[in-house]
Design a protein. Structure first.
Length: 172
């Protein structure tokens, strides 16, 4: 990643205007996101000029539940955030594979002010990822996705916020 490529990527708001699949859901989730004041304060307190890049596709249920949270956090913290298509950016995707083999999304890559990568997050919060890779794999997909959707609704982005702020804080 370099400054030019980053700056040519769409902001989250620009990305939101291009989504076709689940369009209403993307907008509804984004409109509902509220970042707790203490999380904003913690994020603003992490020194450095942070740049975040998400790899996503509009059909991804995990992306629709997490990227609006990341976008609001980035806006409130003063971090620069862009969203790139997974399939259009295989060079980024293939260096951020889940368990070294899966092109799971979303992935959020964190860069410092010099565009040096300092960490990455994804494809979903740790708690639900562990469940999916354990008990969740034994369920039929429709049932598994119902559990995942309920988990996201109950969590309200708290896990995503904590994990992402933790990555940035440890990089600082």
């Amino acid at each position: 990643m370099n400054r030019e490529r980053f700056e040519n990527g769409p902001t989250f708001e620009q990305y939101l205007e291009t989504v076709e699949k689940n369009r209403d859901l993307w907008h509804a989730v984004y409109d509902r996101v509220r970042i707790p004041a203490e999380v904003i304060e913690e994020a603003r307190g992490v020194a450095g000029g942070w740049h975040l890049v998400a790899l996503s596709e509009d059909w991804c249920g995990d992306a629709v539940n997490t990227l609006p949270v990341v976008a609001k956090l980035a806006r409130e913290a003063g971090w620069d955030f862009r969203v790139f298509g997974r399939d259009a950016n295989p060079d980024l995707m293939d260096t951020h594979l889940t368990n070294g083999r899966s092109r799971s999304i979303p992935i959020v890559i964190v860069y410092d002010r010099d565009f040096e990568e300092v960490g990455w997050w994804g494809p979903r919060p740790g708690e639900i990822q562990r469940w999916v890779l354990g008990e969740g794999l034994s369920m039929p997909s429709p049932e598994r996705y119902k559990v995942i959707r309920r988990w996201y609704a109950k969590d309200r982005g708290r896990s995503t916020l904590a994990e992402l702020v933790g990555i940035v804080a440890s990089a600082a």
